[in-house]
Design a protein around this ligand. Structure first.
Ligand code: ADP
Ligand code: MG
Length: 564
């Protein structure tokens, strides 16, 4: 193919403009992004080579090299990974395939702190090269293609880019950054080394740089032809806990999650027994923007004996824990495991169960902590993730009990943070039921006439206003042997707590008002099953109740809204 000029997709132009202008204060991240692409490319090759070992050609050792040329003012990131064909270079470097670009841009345009981590999250990391470079040349050969079918892609990061066919002996990709005026700081070994160890230490491939040698006669160092690894090149999760600092754990989390903040909690364990694996799992502090998308990719990466197998391995975590990030490295699974196989594997089932328990333990440790700061952490977590955790009640029967204990609600006692255990501990003498009311808002719940009798008797009622609450209640019937019951349903078993005098009054009232009740019943024939004297109201004249086992009024309204 002779030289062709292509125009960037419109979104790419916008992204380029935003990235180069808003992320300047954090410009060193370009190296993290390009090294991470190089490492991804090696992972992809290793994965494809499982079925096609000839892709390794004669270079089975995967590695990333970072070098610079002072005279030419270039920094080059090379890998011998999967590489790109010309078509792939056009598709991957000229358009943005991922959704969420709009959110990304809104984020950069907004007033919030310019969020350098977002760049990786939205799959636009490559373009960060243009923060420091006014021209990028990519030379790449797809593994398996002949040497004369390599591609050169060049762009100044403005409107368009050029592609042409070249010859490239080695497989993989060289990304050559032609530095902008003023970016000479990146033409130094120590500077590049320190960025690599800050962001890329955990990358499990060696990242090589040329060794420097001190030349006393010239009183300066010179680059030699010898390459040395500048990262630890051992996967973080494979190291002993005692060898990893909290800061390293946090930095690793930020890399895999693209979160800007440290995680809320993490757990790192080597599990032995029937199934052998290492888990490093994190709970984020804040919900990502796409938490509500149940189809979204999960956050757990699967490795088998340190070999990257796949991102977003849903089978490793239940859907309701989709916010958990981390790595699971199995010692038992075959390297060529497919998504389909994962779904059926007994080892995976054991991993999922074990990992779910770990996550619940982390949450329990926060929730039950006596320390106020830890408790507050849990309250904040609940605000962001509570609704998702509630999904677990229907999804994960084995852990229902533990999940229910983690739930927090509003009640007539407190506007937030009420656990079912709190409720039970405060229950009245003889109260065998956990009462709740569902409504669209806290105000609506609080003002419901249904609550009058409970207020009068000082009985606590849970105020459930979350959209998933009705659904949750269809799976959560009881807690510690006490049934959950809507205050709007059926005959209230408040009787036991009623004194004799009240009972008598109610009976008398029913007797005295029989003619009225009959008339009401007759005129409401089509619309009400029954009309009766109730003890549940104190101030309001009447209220509608739902028969035991019928749909609640709130649920009926929700379903109607949803067009059912
Ligand atoms: P992401 O890495 O999230 O996909 P990037 O903007 O960093 O987004 O990269 C875009 C795409 O370009 C990658 O998905 C990949 O297909 C391709 N790419 C980038 N760098 C390389 C590389 N070194 N080797 C092979 N492909 C690459
Ligand atoms: Mg990337």
């Amino acid at each position: 193919m002779t030289k062709q000029t292509h125009s960037f997709q419109a979104e790419v132009k916008q992204i380029l403009h935003l990235v180069t202008h808003s992320l300047y204060s954090n410009k060193e991240i370009f190296l993290r992004e390009l090294v991470s692409n190089a490492s991804d490319a090696c992972d992809k090759l290793r994965f494809e080579a499982l079925d096609h070992p000839q892709l390794f050609e004669d270079a089975p050792t995967l590695e990333v090299r970072v070098s610079f040329d002072e005279a030419a003012r270039t920094v080059t990131i090379s890998d011998n990974g999967i590489g790109m064909s010309a078509e792939e270079a056009i598709a991957h470097l000229g358009t943005i395939a991922k959704s969420g670009t709009r959110e990304f841009m809104a984020n950069l345009e907004g007033d919030q702190k310019k969020d350098a981590n977002l760049i990786g999250q939205f799959g636009v990391g490559f373009y960060s090269g243009f923060i420091v470079a006014d021209r990028i040349t990519v030379e790449s050969r797809r593994a398996g293609l002949p040497a004369d079918q390599a591609v050169r892609w060049t762009s100044e990061g403005t409107g368009d880019y050029e592609v042409e066919t070249i010859t490239k002996a080695g497989r993989g990709t060289d990304v050559i950054l032609h530095l902008r005026e003023g970016e000479e700081e990146f033409l130094k070994t120590w500077r590049l080394k320190s960025i690599i160890s800050k962001y890329s230490d955990h990358i499990s491939l060696p990242i090589l740089m040329r060794k420097e040698e001190w030349k006393p006669e010239e009183a300066k160092s010179e680059l030699t032809d010898e390459w040395e690894a500048v990262n630890k090149a051992s996967a973080l999760w494979a190291r002993a806990k005692s060898e990893v600092t909290e800061e390293q754990y946090n930095e690793f989390y930020k890399q895999i999650s693209y979160d800007t903040e440290a995680p809320l909690a993490y757990t790192h364990n080597r599990v032995e027994g029937r199934s052998e694996y290492t888990q490093l799992l994190y709970i984020p502090k804040k919900a990502p923007f796409d938490l509500w998308n149940r189809d979204k990719r999960g956050g757990v990466k699967l490795y088998v004996k340190r070999v990257f197998i796949m991102d977003d391995a849903e089978a490793l975590m239940p859907v309701y824990l989709r916010f958990v990030k981390g790595v699971i490295d199995s010692a038992d699974l075959p390297l060529n495991v497919s998504r389909e196989l994962l779904q059926e594997s007994r080892d995976v089932k054991a991993i999922r169960e074990g990992s779910t328990k770990r996550v619940l333990s982390m949450l329990e440790a926060l929730a039950d902590n006596e320390n106020a700061a830890e408790k507050q952490k849990y309250a904040d977590f609940w605000k962001d993730f509570g609704s998702v955790l509630k999904e677990g009640i229907g999804e994960d029967h084995a852990n229902q009990e533990r999940l229910a204990k983690l739930f927090r609600f509003a009640s007539t006692h407190a506007d937030e943070g009420v656990s079912l255990a709190d409720y039970v501990s405060r229950a009245k003498e003889g109260q065998e039921t956990i009462y709740y009311i569902t409504a669209d808002s806290l105000a609506a719940a609080k003002n419901s006439p249904q609550l009058e009798i409970f207020r009068k008797k000082g009985i606590e009622v849970l105020l459930l206003t979350d959209r998933v609450d009705e659904w949750m209640l269809s799976h959560l019937y009881e807690f510690e042997g006490k049934p959950l019951q809507s205050v709007a349903k059926g005959a209230l078993d408040l009787d036991k707590m009623q004194d004799e005098e009240e009972k008598k009054k109610a009976e008398e009232a029913a007797e005295a008002n029989k003619p009225l009740l009959d008339r009401l019943k007759a005129s409401l024939k089509e619309r009400a099953k029954d009309v009766r004297v109730s003890t549940r109201l104190v101030d309001s004249p009447a209220c509608i109740v739902v028969e035991e086992g019928d749909m609640s009024g709130h649920l009926a309204r929700l379903l109607k809204q949803a067009g059912q």
